[in-house]
Design a protein around this ligand. Sequence first.
Ligand code: CU
Length: 137
Amino acid sequence: MRIIACISVIVLSAFSVPPSGSVERATAPISDGETITVRLSSFAFDPEHLRLKAGVPLRLRLVNESDGGHDFSAPAFLAASSFPPGSSPPLNGKVPVGSNQTVEIAVVPRTPGIYRVECTHFLHSLFGMHGTVEVMP
Ligand SMILES: [Cu+2]
């Protein structure tokens, strides 16, 4: 009975965490930069052109408010970037963003250039779901 009482205390405290905003701040890497929001919809990125500066850390906030899954695939851009401690390079150069999900990645663009971004879901890119990331020196 004593064990059950302990468990219920733990469960209750799990629900008493502060609002998500402050949780995000607490877990954010130290080298946090500006947050840039990109919306993923069927079938577009908004904005479709990102202009970033080499060496300046930022957080990419990928918001998918649509009813279907998408991804932010930019293998060349991500390979030419570095990732602050606590952030790891996305697998295969793409970040999956499920329906009604938001995913944030911390990234530091390194090599100036223009990189292609697309959604690799079947036909999405063909339907217009592509864009560019421009990294300025
Ligand atoms: Cu898509």
